[in-house]
Design a protein around this ligand. Structure first.
Ligand SMILES: N[C@@H](CCC(=O)N[C@@H](CS)C(=O)NCC(=O)O)C(=O)O
Length: 261
């Protein structure tokens, strides 16, 4: 089998490409990461791979399939390569099989965007300290963690698990739905700086669930690789801020803020 190609931005600070990479690593699918500068993702040829001009995109040369949106890529990898049902359920467990989709959609429409906006308004937005927006996305991020936390607690009760046994979103094993949340969880410290979130205290099930995922050898390997990439890039934060400012060089907006570039 030829490696699949997963497009990622240097040096891996964005969480979305890591979602399918974690699934590929967990399933033992050979893959290459294609590092593409952010300056090249809004134009051709990349926009033919991903018309949304964002990361990730995937090419599977074995099947001639090209895809974008991390959730769609995860679904493809599971449907195509998880024949042993390592990270999913089969038709004999139909309710659980489809319940996984509810959680993946919830990750895509809830956790990713809300955590992302919290990071944005806390660190990147050109206008600093827009407190109503910061509060709104802090509340939404907490609400989402609460949904997961409560569901895990109910699952623990339903399955009669003791406090130190791992519990998962659906059924009795870790699946692609659980793993789809991991890479965004790594940004919680950035999203809630200065101890403004005590995850273990506020959402104990969520905290333990994340700890159980991040110690899985395959997931751990990917997260460590990502950390290494970020560590070796000295100016990640300032580059991100500058890039976002460049994207917003709209004369009227800059003027209204009294910014003179
Ligand atoms: N819903 C998309 C989100 C993709 C996304 O926002 N990717 C970020 C990296 S984590 C990106 O490309 N950012 C660069 C930009 O917005 O220009 C997915 O899950 O694939």
């Amino acid at each position: 089998m030829q490696p699949i190609k997963i497009y990622n931005g240097p040096h891996g600070q964005g969480p979305n490409p890591w979602k399918p990479i974690i699934v590929a690593e967990e399933l033992g699918i050979p893959y290459d990461i294609v590092w593409i500068p952010y300056s090249e993702i809004k134009s051709e040829p990349y926009t033919s791979l991903n018309p949304n001009g964002r990361l990730p995109a995937m090419i599977d040369p074995n099947k001639n399939v090209t895809l974008w949106e991390s959730g769609a890529i995860i679904n493809y990898l599971i449907a195509t390569y998880d024949k042993d049902l390592k990270l999913t359920y089969g038709d004999d467990r139909l309710q659980e099989k489809w319940q996984l989709q509810s959680w993946l959609m919830f990750q895509m429409s809830g956790q990713g965007p809300m955590f992302g906006q919290k990071v944005w308004f806390t660190h990147i937005h050109i206008e600093q300290n827009v407190q109503t927006a910061i509060d709104r996305y802090a509340a939404e991020a907490r609400r989402i963690m609460g949904v997961v936390n409560d569901s895990l607690r109910k699952q623990r009760q339903k399955l009669g698990l003791s406090a130190d046994e791992p519990v998962w979103l659906v059924g009795d094993k870790c699946t692609y739905a659980d793993l789809s949340f991991v890479s965004w969880n790594t940004l919680l410290g950035t999203a809630f700086p200065g101890g403004s979130l005590d995850l273990e205290k506020e959402f104990p099930e969520y905290y333990r669930w994340n700890a159980n995922m991040t110690k899985r050898p395959a997931t751990k390997k990917v997260l460590e690789f990502r950390e290494e990439g970020i560590r070796t890039m000295k100016d990640t934060a300032s580059q991100v801020v500058e890039r976002q400012k460049d994207a917003r060089k709209l004369p009227t907006y800059e003027k209204s803020l009294g910014v003179d570039n």
